[in-house]
Design a protein around this ligand. Structure first.
Ligand SMILES: Cc1cc2nc3c(=O)[nH]c(=O)nc-3n(C[C@H](O)[C@H](O)[C@H](O)COP(=O)(O)OP(=O)(O)OC[C@H]3O[C@@H](n4cnc5c(N)ncnc54)[C@H](O)[C@@H]3O)c2cc1C
Length: 510
């Protein structure tokens, strides 16, 4: 029987509704409101308000349901594991999914046998309207000297970063100042010393967060980024709609094969411009499935190694602060990347218990989570391997990962550990069994390089500096995958800035 496939036309098709897809939609709709934009996402709508941060949902049960709905084929909550259990498991190389995955995400590979062979076992994704951007911690530090992309003029990148900060509503006063926080900063600055560059001293972490007159926080997610795009009648957003393949001819995308996952109904969308913002793992997956396979696609996979520990602060008679929100954080601090003085990124979560769930809950103890990351060399052989035969749970090409630390990487990790050890010694003592742990590869949730940008159309990049895929007149890619550098600072701010630049270019084209 012949199945008729419906066809539709739009000006712009955006695949992926995370922070990057949302940035493209907003910039294009703001500059050219009459542009017809269709945005699709394979994941479901997980809360009443499209794309809101899970931390803004006050009812904890509803928030947990939203997390589970984002977990692809993993339909139950992850078991509550204490820090001690998780650290001990990681240290003895026990790679069971419950020790690796985080609420709101799902592992790309979760079969135990496959996990043991996989060189990036903790690699995780979110599959929902809003993507990882409704689960993220909202840390938006500006990248430091060696982390910046050398071939984008500094002033241009600074302008784009400023626009990205506006779009994400980045601020350093999300948490009110308090005495303990000030003590934490003093300790961090003493350890860092004074040889740092201007504005790279330890400070409050820039966070993507709105705040009302009463001090209530509203964490930024896709809803904040889209702003009033949702009310634009030329904008359409569809959940549970996957793009399986891009059809192309002579350097032009002529159609996108999409499928409604609830009904199985297929459709062909013809768009003047196609933007793939389907995260750093599934953007290359879709291109590969479509037969768009430049040599660099899926290669140069990079993330920052991440060392984590919990420390009980040695601060006598510290007052606990009254948080205005239901989340347990009372502050987030930042020791910026600044080579060569501090070629690391330090993120200090005062009372936040991520990325490890913990049984410690006594606020008077003043626990801090200390995360220290360092650069990992960019290497062609670190890569996503796509299967020609096997499929993932959605019927897309199955992916496995090759990822190795070089001698230099191991030396950087050791140096980061030593710096972190100095910080620990200045603060107090690590909680029992929570000692410095190099988290399994994939734990950062910051994956880069798989659709990397470059200045020359050669085998080392997939797209130009505006995200336009080489040899295609109407195909753009966005997200952390386009970042060509090793970075250790959280990458979303940079990716939003690059998406702003790219979207402005698309507006000119339209
Ligand atoms: C717990 C957590 C904490 C984090 N903390 C921080 C932080 O503090 N700072 C920071 O910078 N970053 C952080 N991140 C990472 C940050 O969330 C990501 O960098 C950001 O969301 C990437 O945006 P994106 O739009 O490129 O991808 P995503 O947000 O992952 O969105 C991609 C979307 O594409 C959809 N998709 C994929 N394939 C297809 C397809 N074929 N068809 C249709 N749709 C598809 C997916 O369903 C997904 O919704 C964190 C992430 C998590 C999970």
């Amino acid at each position: 029987m012949l199945i008729k496939i419906t066809k539709m036309k739009t000006d712009v098709l955006i695949i992926g509704s995370g922070p990057i897809g949302a940035t493209y939609a907003r910039i294009i709709a703001e500059h050219k409101p009459a542009t017809k934009i269709v945005m699709i996402d394979l994941g479901p709508k997980i809360s009443d308000k499209i794309g809101q941060h899970v931390k803004n949902i006050t009812d904890l049960k509803t928030a947990e349901t939203a997390q589970i709905l984002s977990q692809g084929n993993k339909k139950e909550p992850y078991p509550m594991i204490s820090v001690a259990e998780r650290a001990a498991a990681v240290q003895r190389g026990d790679l069971r999914p419950e020790f690796l995955a985080r609420a709101g995400t799902h592992l790309v590979i979760d079969e135990i046998a496959d996990l043991q062979k996989n060189e990036m076992p903790a690699l995780s994704l979110s599959s929902n309207l809003g993507g990882m951007g409704v689960h993220w911690t909202c840390a938006c530090p500006r990248p430091g000297n060696d982390e910046r992309i050398p071939f984008i003029p500094a002033s241009e990148m600074d302008d784009a970063l400023t626009k990205a900060e506006e779009i994400l509503s980045v601020r350093q006063d999300a948490f009110p100042k308090n005495e303990v926080g000030q003590t934490i900063l003093n300790v961090l600055n003493q350890t860092l010393g004074t040889a740092h560059s201007t504005k790279r001293e330890a400070q409050a972490m820039p966070l993507a967060c709105g705040k009302d007159a009463d001090g209530n926080r509203y964490w930024t997610a896709t809803d904040t980024i889209l702003k009033d795009t949702l009310e634009n009648t030329n904008f359409e957003i569809r959940s549970e709609t996957i793009c399986r393949k891009l059809i192309h001819s002579e350097g032009k995308i002529t159609g996108a094969e999409i499928e409604d996952l609830t009904s199985g109904i297929k459709e062909m969308i013809e768009a003047k411009i196609v933007i793939v913002a389907a995260d750093a793992i599934r953007t290359p997956q879709l291109l590969w499935a479509s037969g768009i396979r430049p040599k660099a696609l899926g290669h140069y996979l990079n993330e920052h190694p991440f060392i984590f520990t919990f420390v009980e602060l040695n601060i006598p008679n510290a007052q606990s602060t009254t948080s205005k929100s239901h989340d347990p954080l009372t502050g987030v601090f930042w020791v910026p990347f600044d080579a060569p003085n501090h070629p690391f990124h330090g993120q200090i979560m005062h009372m936040d218990l991520s990325p490890m769930k913990t049984t410690v809950s006594d606020i008077s103890k003043h626990i801090v989570g200390l995360g220290w990351g360092c650069l990992k060399e960019v290497n062609f052989d670190d890569q996503i391997v796509f299967s020609e035969i096997e499929k993932d749970y959605l019927g897309m090409p199955k992916m496995t990962f090759k990822y190795k630390y070089s001698e230099n990487d191991l030396a950087s990790i050791e140096a980061a550990k030593q710096f972190q050890a100095k910080v620990i010694a200045s603060f107090g003592k690590e909680i029992e069994n929570g000692q410095q742990t190099l988290m399994p590869a994939g734990s950062s949730l910051h994956y880069e390089g798989t659709t990397r940008m470059g200045v020359e159309n050669n085998s080392e990049s997939v797209c130009d500096t505006f995200g336009q895929v080489w040899n295609f007149e109407n195909l753009f890619v966005g997200g952390n995958g386009v970042i060509p550098m090793a970075t250790t600072s959280n990458p979303t701010l940079t990716s939003v800035a690059l998406a702003v630049r790219s979207a402005e270019k698309i507006v000119e084209k339209l």
